[in-house]
Design a protein around this ligand. Sequence first.
Ligand code: SAH
Length: 442
Amino acid sequence: MVLPLRALLAGRRRLPRPAAAARAPAAAARLCSGEAEAAGGDGAMLQHLARKLRASGPVTVAEYMREALTNPGQGYYTRRGGVGESGDFITSPEISQVFGELIGIWYISEWMAMGKPNTFQLVELGPGRGTLTEDILRVFKQLASVLSKCDVSVHLVEVSPKLSEIQAVMLTGGKVQPNPEDESAYMKGISKTGIPIFWYRDIQDVPPGYSFYLAHEFFDALPIHKFQRTEKGWREVLVDIDPEVPDQLRFVLSPSRTPATQNFIQPEETRDHVEVCPEAGVIVQRLASRIEKDGGAALVADYGHDGTKTDTFRGFRNHKLHDVLSAPGTADLTADVDFSYLRKMAQGKTATLGPIKQREFLKNMGIDLRLQVLLQNSGDTATREQLLHSYDMLMNPEKMGDCFNFFALLPHHRLVHPDKKDKPESKSPLPPVAGFNELLLK
Ligand code: SAH
């Protein structure tokens, strides 16, 4: 039953998407590294932080980041949202619908490889504008004949009221019910394709069950701790108010070790500067436990490294780098994901695959075939140019191709046959995991 995937990849037409497939070239993606530039425009969040710092002293970078991004009143995601051409940064699903389509195919391919369970939840962490889920649901609709006996539901984990509203419009046309009774969800609705969708603030609220998890540019938005090696040993980087300049923030080092320094720096660490995101660790632990218990898989896509990089904390505003300490709450703050840490935090409960580069993952998923077919069938030059431009953004090693990575959590039995003594007849090889290997079309 892999034929429908081929049919989808080689489909003559683009699957209809309400908005244009590729966006303005002016919109910049957040790439892996760069120099921050200063920007002005302080506001309410700065006043709030300055008061707090004056009253109780410096805070960790993690606490600063949490306040700046998700403070319920003034946080960046709470108020501004930021994703998209008109926001502060653009992401792969916003650049091309092909991206989400290939991810939709990945889930179907895994669902088939895992024996087509009769129900699954698609759980997206940090869905932004809802574009990726929208593209995936279009693929599910296109493959309705394959999924006909499967009960699918969508579960979105989103802290931002502003973004959840945008998601509701994108996915349901705005027909949602806030605060549904008897649910841990804060909102629910039905997708334009007829699939129930629920919204939560925390992964813990999502009901248990066989689930496919998705986290695209989510982990990089979670708060990090920063540590610096000094002659006196490891110190934590803190954020403080500058006593010389009113309402200006600055970095300082903790005078002694902090609890985080003791917990998160490994004795064998060789770098001089280290960033750790404990919240990402906790979430990966939860995902791994849930997959171990209830089945499914998780796909994580983000920029990041494998425990090698040092100072990657940076800000984005209006598609430009922005000083992380300037005008908090008005800019996106982000740090590269440490995939070696995520792998460690899965604690062997699941197998892990990757990280592999975005361009390799998408190539394995058949992006070249998809592009060729779309190019052959697009009549006008503008559309062809748009298709080529968005392909280049996603695949070019200098753009998003090399610095974005794919990483997966999968049940052990998906990669290694369970004890063959129990099942001597099951000698057939396990199907390779698409994306990390070539998608099987035959
Ligand atoms: N996945 C989207 C958006 C990435 S931006 C895309 O690729 O286009 C980060 C997303 O994570 C936003 O939706 C933001 O509101 C959400 N987010 C940030 N911190 C969060 C948290 N602690 N819990 C849940 N969602 C969070």
